[in-house]
Design a binder for this molecule. Structure first.
Ligand SMILES: [Zn+2]
Length: 292
């Protein structure tokens, strides 16, 4: 039996990324990134693979057919908030609204239950776990156990396997799980996102093998806008454009060619909860300051 892996998709449009929102210029093109969803549907089907899409529900409202098509393909639909604003910048009430509204919108559009959530840019909002539990989510996937990258993310967590959310925050409600995104052992940078475009798919594949050897299911993530040719917009940093489009589509195909069974985040969480509900509780998820 081959090892499992998860290719998760943070399904937001180019116009919803912080880099675009902070830029001086703008594009007249709408729906930049939707074609990336079409590529993923076709390519994953050709590889007999499935995926989890963490969808910004404003996209589902604006383009319901595109999101319903992802669900119809068999992808798990999870939430990536309603507007893709950074939850860390919102009040507890607004954070709760993003979490609750997105679930309702996505369930209406796809006619499927939504049980997973990922915060934009992996930035936790106030009382996020309580809001997720109250809204009926079963798992969160907003932890990235990366080294600290100044001005970006990381340095907060040392969790590498699915665990109860109480391992991340002792005040979290019971019954909620955390599924951390994977980082390269030792180097402690994510295996995908910007990093696959910087380091190449061989870096990602090496990390997947190292994790599988340790019994850890690699959790990867890509964005649909990385898979399309982006319009030039004044003020969007070069790193956002770097190797997007055809290069990144080939990189995704390289990953899918690996001898892994690509499944959903929800399936990995369900198995982890079933086999060991208290997994990793003793090892501690928060990093000691020395470990940063
Ligand atoms: Zn995002």
């Amino acid at each position: 039996m081959s090892d499992r892996a998860v290719l998760s998709v943070d399904f937001e449009l180019f116009s919803q990324t912080p880099a675009y929102r902070n830029a001086a210029g703008e594009t007249t093109k709408t729906g930049v990134g939707l074609a990336g969803g079409e590529f993923l549907r076709e390519t994953l089907a050709a590889h007999d693979a499935t995926a989890t899409c963490f969808v910004v529900s404003a996209v589902a409202e604006a383009f319901p057919d595109a999101v319903a098509a992802l669900a119809d393909t068999g992808f798990e639909i999870a939430s990536h908030t309603h507007t893709h604003r950074h939850l860390s910048e919102l009040s507890a009430a607004d954070c709760r609204e993003e979490i609750t509204r997105s679930k309702a919108v996505l369930e209406r559009v796809t006619d499927e239950p939504v049980s997973g959530f990922r915060a934009p840019s992996f930035e936790f909002g106030p009382n996020q776990f309580a809001a997720l539990s109250d809204a009926g989510y079963r798992y969160d996937s907003s932890v990235v156990p990366s080294r600290a990258i100044p001005g970006w993310y990381g340095g907060e967590f040392g969790l590498h396997r699915p665990a109860p959310a109480t391992v991340v925050d002792p005040a979290a409600p019971t019954g909620l799980a955390e599924l951390p995104v994977s980082v390269m052992p030792g180097l402690r940078l994510p295996l995908t996102g910007t990093w696959i475009r910087f380091f190449g798919p061989r870096y990602t594949v090496l990390g997947m093998r190292l994790l599988a050897r340790r019994g850890i299911t690699p959790i990867l993530y890509v964005h649909p806008w990385e898979l399309v040719d982006l319009p030039a917009v004044e003020g969007v940093p070069k790193r956002v454009y770097y190797r997007t489009g055809v290069w990144m589509r080939r990189a995704v195909e390289r990953i899918l060619d690996q001898p892994f069974e690509f499944t959903t985040a929800g399936a990995v969480v369900a198995d982890a909860v079933a086999t060991d509900p208290a997994a990793e509780t003793a090892s501690g998820a928060r990093e000691s300051p020395e470990g940063r």
